[in-house]
Design a protein around this ligand. Structure first.
Ligand SMILES: [Zn+2]
Length: 406
């Protein structure tokens, strides 16, 4: 071996092998083909049992990709062999300790790809390294399966549950989280009681008995299922969902009604119609003073919008109480104002929310940051865009778990 080859071999770290040839192939991108041969003196190991094999059974060539050398795609042509293993009693693939079994990539190349998988879309990684999209996905999925195949429920006392849409809203899935650890515990298809029941089966009887509180959207389906399995658990309704619902059912409705009422005043009507975004945002998240002034003018000119806007902020305050009695008093006041407002959608909302009051008051005992559920909701949308141009629910669910590993 000359000096250059020695240098390349030591940089390459292909232990047990030596370089017999290096070939550059012009093109875009350029390719470098390195032929490696097993060193005579290197011990042979069986790819099945890992023990030392007695002899070479037959010679064999395989091609694997390695990390790029500068910007050239790098291929290793390996003059390898099948070994004869006395323990397994037959010919087996030779174990090479820098290639994972059955892979067509070196381990470090696979690791480089994997290190990008939690940040970058598969298609970008595939294009960057010049490997197939399915190769990247297969590696990522395998790794995620290893990491998330079994969940430790031993210390889980408070959980959150939510649904999200699969495939443009035609089908749904249920996600269970542990808010205190920012961890996704479980994801399953469907959003009915039977689907949710699979989680409790996995959690087991002891796990169910340990659950003290469950935070969720005001959903009878999930609540009934929790009551059946977790006798101790208190139900808490989550601020994020209720406020979002208020936006849809009250603010949006009132805005449309007001726009209709202003049919004859075209300028005023246009202002109200185009105010959706302004009304649904929090005041402190408005970008600039101009938007705040627009909001103030809109509210000043319109009594019904003002009332619904103010009552939304007051509704949110109910989640800030730590004392049940005060929270109850605040609710009574809020409810009365909603009913007295004479605004139809607001009155309807208050009536519908009333039977769920227990879940709002329970928040005084369990002051959970429900922003986690909102965060997961948003993150799921991003994952769906970047990693989910294909129909593999298992992989999608694993990606969700990986985004919130705790
Ligand atoms: Zn063996």
């Amino acid at each position: 071996m000359d000096r250059d080859e020695e240098l390349l071999t030591s940089l390459g770290g292909w232990s047990g092998f030596e370089i017999v040839d290096v070939e550059r192939r012009e093109g875009a991108p350029e390719e470098i083909w390195i032929t490696l041969r097993r060193k005579e003196e290197a011990p042979l190991y069986c790819g099945a049992c890992g023990r030392e094999a007695s002899r070479v059974h037959e010679h064999q060539e395989r091609v694997v990709r390695d990390l790029p050398l500068f910007d050239a795609h790098t291929y290793l042509k390996i003059e390898s062999c099948r070994v004869w293993c006395d323990h397994c009693g037959g010919p087996k693939r030779q174990q090479i300790d820098w290639i994972d079994d059955q892979q067509r990539l070196t381990r470090r190349f696979a690791e480089s790809i994997l290190s990008l998988c939690s940040h970058v879309a598969i298609s970008h990684i595939a294009r960057f390294f010049g490997v197939h999209w399915h190769t990247v996905k297969r590696l990522d999925k395998r790794r995620l399966r290893e990491r998330f195949s079994c969940t430790d429920y031993s210390d889980v006392r408070v959980i959150g549950v939510d649904e999200f849409a699969l495939h443009k809203g035609h089908r749904y899935a249920t996600v269970v989280v542990e808010p205190s650890r920012r961890r996704v515990l479980w994801v399953g298809k469907g959003r009915d009681r039977r689907s949710f029941r699979r989680f409790f089966r996995e959690l087991g009887a002891d796990g169910c008995a340990r659950i003290e509180a469950v935070v969720m959207d005001q959903s009878t389906t999930y609540e009934l299922e929790v009551r059946q399995h977790c006798p101790k658990a208190e139900i808490i309704f989550d601020l994020f969902h209720i406020v979002a619902k208020y936006g849809r059912e009250v603010i949006d409705r009132v805005r449309v009604d007001e726009a209709n009422r202003l049919r004859d005043d075209r300028a005023a009507r246009r202002v109200v119609k185009s105010s959706r975004w302004l009304l649904l945002r929090n005041r402190d998240s408005l970008a600039n003073e101009e938007q705040q002034v627009r909001l103030d003018e809109l509210l000043a000119a319109n009594q019904a919008l003002m009332t619904t806007y103010v009552l939304r902020d007051d509704l949110k305050q109910l989640w800030r109480y730590r004392h049940r009695g005060y929270a109850k008093r605040a609710w009574d006041g809020w409810y009365q104002r909603a009913i007295d407002s004479g605004i139809e959608p607001l009155m309807r909302f208050a009536e519908r929310l009333k039977p769920y009051l227990h879940g709002i008051l329970a928040h005084t005992r369990w002051p959970l940051h429900t922003s986690l559920i909102e965060g997961i909701n948003n993150r799921i949308k991003v994952i769906k865009r970047t990693a989910y141009g294909f129909r593999d629910d298992e992989y999608f669910f694993l990606k969700i778990k990986a985004a919130f590993p705790g």
